[in-house]
Design a protein around this ligand. Structure first.
Ligand SMILES: [Zn+2]
Length: 216
């Protein structure tokens, strides 16, 4: 029971941080955490804001999809949350939010470049996942294949939002923050480059000097 209480409280705190940082307003987005002592997760239901999560409205869902009795509607994205936990044992938490800079980038059909030292060294790539085949929102069919690569910890969904995963809610939340921060930095860089008639190809590439030295 302590496991459940601890995970509920961690989820409530993470959701509040995400809301306070304005990465998620209104009742959109969702986040979940896997229990240590059961094949089950705690997840925010549909229609409840990140700032309104309480022990009473969070849902307990088993990895086989069984939802413990709840007056709330399950999240529309429950399917991809469950599947991420099924395909990767290292994924213990998922934060999915509709943060505006990153979602704007992805909705322009652009992958957010990992251009800062932190993202190059710690993340490597934040894949862009396009809309589903019929133009609908991304489901586990679109998302899980990308996360089957164990190196992928962050991805961005076109016209939708971001996904950060981790071994804890805080780690997944940090990624949600880094994705948004990187989208802002990339936007500023690319806007300034365009204003000055230059492209990213004109710039020195981080890491290339070290790679050249290592190869010589
Ligand atoms: Zn969403």
């Amino acid at each position: 029971m302590n496991d459940l209480r601890e995970k509920q409280d961690a989820l409530i705190a993470t959701a509040k941080r995400c809301f306070d940082l304005r990465l998620q307003t209104n009742a959109g987005g969702n986040l979940s955490v896997r229990l240590d002592h059961a094949d089950a997760i705690v997840i925010k239901p549909s229609g409840v804001g990140f700032n309104e999560c309480t022990r009473d409205n969070l849902q307990l869902v088993h990895l086989d999809g069984t939802i413990e009795s709840s007056p709330y509607k399950p999240s529309k994205d429950l399917g991809f949350h469950l599947d991420l936990y099924r395909i990767r044992n290292d994924i213990r938490a998922v934060v999915h939010c509709h943060s505006p800079w990153a979602t704007g980038y992805a909705s322009a059909g652009l992958e957010i470049p990992c251009l800062t030292v932190q993202t190059i060294e710690k993340i490597g790539r934040m894949p862009l996942i396009p809309l589903s085949a019929q133009g609908g929102p991304q489901t586990e069919e679109d998302i899980s294949p990308v996360f089957r690569d164990p190196r992928v910890v962050a991805a961005v969904l076109a016209n939708h939002g971001t996904i950060g995963v981790g071994t804890s809610l805080m780690k997944a939340q940090y990624l949600a923050e880094i994705i948004e921060e990187t989208a802002q930095i990339a936007y500023v860089r690319d806007t300034l480059l365009a204003a000055h008639g230059r492209t990213a190809a004109d710039l020195p590439q981080y890491g290339t000097a070290a790679e050249a030295k290592a190869a010589s």
